[in-house]
Design a protein around this ligand. Structure first.
Ligand code: THU
Length: 142
């Protein structure tokens, strides 16, 4: 699987899914509402929002939630992830989420898109966000 080029239609579907998920965000502490949409190997879109907790470190990110939905739906490979934040600052996945995404994609193959209500603002390959990553292949070859 190579880095996908997403059709405009698919991109719009992912954006809509992430923005709709963002509406469900539970972020009473940071008030930083986030939605995410993961595209799986079958072309299905799985969405998630951030869910915070009074014990702050126990909260989880929108990307993590979307990956959980992908796994529950039977998806095992992530082709692209779109993260929608409040803007205007361009959102970018946290370190923990970069590693979680790594579990389900080769770094050179996963497109990461940053968006807000105005649309997609920036995109990277996971490799750019998580260089020299540790992944499942390391454990397979040991
Ligand atoms: N957050 C996400 O859900 N995804 C990101 O890519 C960046 C940060 C959440 C975590 C926390 O609920 C809030 O945003 C502020 O950090």
């Amino acid at each position: 699987m190579n880095a996908p080029s997403l059709s405009d239609d698919l991109l719009q579907q992912m954006l809509r899914a992430a923005l709709a998920a963002r509406e469900q965000s539970y972020a009473p502490y940071s008030r930083y509402r986030v939605g995410a949409a993961v595209l799986d190997e079958l072309g299905r879109i799985h969405a998630g929002c951030n869910v915070e907790n009074a014990a702050y470190p126990q909260g989880w990110c929108a990307e993590t939630n979307a990956l959980g939905h992908m796994i529950m739906g039977g998806g095992r490979r992530a082709r692209a992830v779109l993260v929608a934040g409040p803007g205007p600052e361009i959102i970018t996945p946290c370190g923990g989420c970069r590693q979680k995404l790594r579990e389900f994609a080769q770094p050179t193959e996963l497109l990461v898109l940053a968006a807000d209500a105005g649309g997609v603002r920036q995109q990277w390959l996971l490799e750019q966000l998580l260089p020299a990553s540790f992944g499942p292949d390391h454990l397979r070859s040991s």
